[in-house]
Design a protein around this ligand. Structure first.
Ligand code: BTN
Length: 298
């Protein structure tokens, strides 16, 4: 009601919401403590600026499916619990910061205030073999979202990192459960360096604020990404995801080193197959298909 842009009296708020004037006053106080600039006058309340908050009510079209936690161990843990209990597709778990943020291959994802950390629970009706296309679609969608919002040259690095000027701005982790050959849920966790400074932990990383020269609104990024991603989660887009990913990649035709838990392979990254595996040309000219690993451009 305050967002309508004019003064709203305490009396109207109390009547419309069916709560006492004292309760309205307490809620206004609570919102002010959360950073909302609300000015009280004899005529009522006026909303000035809103903070860059990720509360469910900041996403009116999807409010019931947004769950915000100021501080958690990892949004992946909460997402898994909710997915197992049967939450609907496109339930989103957001954290202000994470104590035990997880990266790929058992790495830590440092998650200080100012970054955007969330996991989306997806329930695509697809066979297991196609599940990788979902993360490729998400990478393309995020790269396009950042390009569109901030006019930055966001690129994708195999498998699902986003880089700007060769520096990492975002990473993705996916966890899933399948039954026989059908996907039950896929939890996609994204960590995006927005207004945080990731360089203290990862010298080869950057943030949107650094590139942009000023802080930006995380909720705009999340809203745009979710809208585009939800609209794109259909068969046509999934079938084109890997080809679209190739449009933005910095990995192909580069000399790369791929490190897994127990093996390192080196060669020229020649292609990505239809399910996202990297085709590596080794020094003897043979081709090797890599399904997972950490990719270093050398
Ligand atoms: C990587 O690049 O290694 C993947 C990083 C994924 C980080 C995100 S932050 C939100 C979600 N919760 C986690 O614990 N990890 C993912």
């Amino acid at each position: 009601m305050l967002r309508q842009g004019h003064t709203v009296s305490g009396e109207i708020l109390s009547r419309e919401l069916g709560v006492s004037r004292v309760s309205i006053w307490k809620h206004i106080k609570d919102l002010k403590e959360r950073g909302y600039d609300i000015v009280a006058s004899p005529k009522g309340y006026d909303l000035g600026s809103s903070p860059d908050a990720l509360f469910p009510w900041e996403f009116p079209d999807r409010e019931e499916k947004i769950h915000y936690f100021p501080n958690v161990d990892s949004t992946m843990d909460i997402a898994r619990e909710m997915a197992v209990k049967g939450c609907p597709g496109f339930t989103v778990i957001i954290a202000g910061q994470q104590e035990k943020g997880r990266g790929r291959l058992k790495r830590i994802w440092h998650s200080q205030q100012g970054g955007l950390y969330f996991t989306v629970v997806l329930r695509p009706d697809i066979p297991l073999i196609l599940s990788h296309r979902v993360s490729f679609l998400a990478s393309v969608t995020l790269a396009e979202t950042l390009r569109g919002l901030f006019k930055i040259d966001a690129k994708v690095k195999w498998p699902n990192d986003i880089l700007v000027n060769e520096k990492k701005i975002s990473g993705m982790l996916s966890e899933m459960e399948a039954e026989t050959d059908r996907v039950k849920y896929i939890n996609l966790g994204l960590g995006i360096n927005v207004n945080n400074d990731p360089k203290v932990f990862e010298p080869s990383s950057t943030s949107i604020a650094e590139i942009n020269g000023r802080p930006v609104m995380r909720k705009e990024i999340l809203e745009e990404f979710l809208n585009q991603f939800e609209a794109g989660m259909n068969t046509d887009h999934l079938n084109n995801a890997v080809n679209n990913w190739k449009k933005y990649t910095v990995t192909l035709n580069r000399h790369v080193k791929i490190v897994t838990n127990n093996k390192t392979s080196e060669g020229m990254a020649r292609d990505i197959d239809e399910n996202g595996a990297l085709i590596l040309e080794l020094s003897d000219g043979s081709m090797q298909k890599i399904i997972y690993g950490d990719c270093f451009h050398v």
